[in-house]
Design a protein around this ligand. Structure first.
Ligand code: BMA
Length: 391
């Protein structure tokens, strides 16, 4: 079985045994808890052993067919398509906090927040890493994060970010939204009351235009102010267990100027990511689609590696995948052929929607890419839960 020497637990133990006081002091100076600091240290170091595999909504539900609507799903603690295929959990599990801002009990994907909280703690207890994104609603139109099918959002797109910033009509309402987000994040605790470290990834894919915070809907200064306002609210709430990921989309290409155009600053970001999906243009063959994705993502990751070194930050593919995984050997021939070439901490694929024929990004038992995924799992350099845990 694969096993790496420098595990997350090793980091905890070393810190606790040798330099607990110093580390606590140093972490506190940066506003981070010791656990959050250990997570960051691990993300910085893990790429020397390989790269971690992550999956969004990896547990609670999966791809199996059900009758009825998405909202009538049932959820099962710990169930996991990836584990059903390879016998192990992903090293990193991601959850989305969309609708926490509304005070709802279910996320935008109808997952109960109480179960998300429990599952985050359970994955941390298993020895894994937890990350969170936030597809929050549009504060001006009342619609969701995506503006394309929302006429009110399209008509007000240049005013939406401005409306939540200081002086904007939605500023006060947005502080309430941020406080609800903070309350949830601060509630993700073990039984002994310790908040678990979470890699938080707000305002992602802002180089595109599909979300209300996208590039053409606000100026770089407004985007940075949005990030700073979010950070200030979370810091004020005492959320010292968070570290932060910056995740532009593929539009940046290999251009570090575009990548960094809206970068909030080294003191406000801990990990540099990119969200990058494979897709086929009309009539495009799988072979050409794969080749284009490999080339484009390699170009981006070469740029990101240089930027990461310069800014002294770990790098990761914070979202990736090919919807439906229509190529049987996608894991070894596409994903691994990219991720193994760069010092990335992890690559995380998106969710497997229950009952949906195509909206899945990880294999499930019986999927045509499952045998290749097992090969991928068995590569020494792919790190799953058992690899990052102390045995
Ligand atoms: C998207 C899709 C949506 C989902 C959103 C947030 O990419 O999976 O169905 O609501 O992510 O999880």
């Amino acid at each position: 079985m694969k096993f790496i020497h420098f595990t997350l637990f090793t980091v905890f133990i070393l810190m606790n045994m040798t330099s607990c006081l110093d580390s606590e002091k140093a972490a506190a100076l940066k506003g981070r808890s010791l656990r959050a600091d250990s997570l960051l240290a691990y993300l910085r170091s893990s790429s020397s052993d390989g790269y971690m595999f992550g999956h969004h909504d990896a547990t609670l539900y999966g791809r199996e067919r059900v009758n009825g609507e998405e909202r009538s799903w049932t959820f099962t603690e710990g169930r996991c398509d990836v584990r059903d295929v390879c016998g192990d959990y992903p090293a990193i599990i991601s959850f989305d906090l969309g609708h926490i801002e509304l005070g709802d009990s279910l996320s935008l994907d109808f997952v109960p927040f109480d179960m998300i909280r429990k599952e985050m703690v359970a994955h941390y207890r298993r020895g894994g890493i937890v990350t969170a994104s936030w597809h929050l609603n549009n504060p001006l139109s009342g619609g969701n994060s995506w503006i394309e099918n929302d006429t009110a959002a399209l008509n007000s797109k240049e005013r939406t970010v401005a409306s939540v910033l200081e002086g904007g009509s939605n500023h006060a309402k947005f502080q309430v939204w941020l406080n609800r987000l903070a309350d949830f994040l601060n509630s993700v605790k073990t039984e002994d009351g310790e908040k678990i470290p979470i890699l938080f990834r707000p305002w992602h894919e802002h180089t595109g235009n599909w979300f209300w915070w996208g590039a053409s809907h606000c100026t770089p200064e407004q985007y940075v102010d949005l990030w700073k306002m979010t950070r200030t609210a979370l810091d004020k709430s005492g959320a010292d267990h968070l570290i932060y990921a910056y995740s532009p989309g593929m539009e940046c290409g290999g251009d570090s100027v575009i990548y960094l155009e809206r970068y909030p600053g080294d003191d406000l970001v801990d990990l540099l990511g990119v969200d990058a999906y494979e897709y086929l243009d009309e009539g495009m063959s799988l072979k050409d689609g794969n080749a284009r994705y490999v080339e484009n993502l390699n170009t981006i990751l070469s740029m990101l590696t240089t930027v990461g070194l310069k800014h002294d930050k770990p790098v990761a593919v914070t979202e990736m995948g090919f919807e439906g995984i229509p190529y049987e050997r996608w894991w070894t021939e596409v994903a691994d052929s990219i991720l193994s070439k760069h010092p990335v901490a992890y690559g995380l694929v998106w969710r497997n929607v229950k009952g949906d024929v195509t909206h899945h990004y990880a294999p499930y038992p019986g999927h045509s890419s499952a045998p290749d995924f097992i090969e991928f799992y068995n590569l020494k350099r792919t790190l799953f839960l058992k690899d990052i845990c102390k045995k």
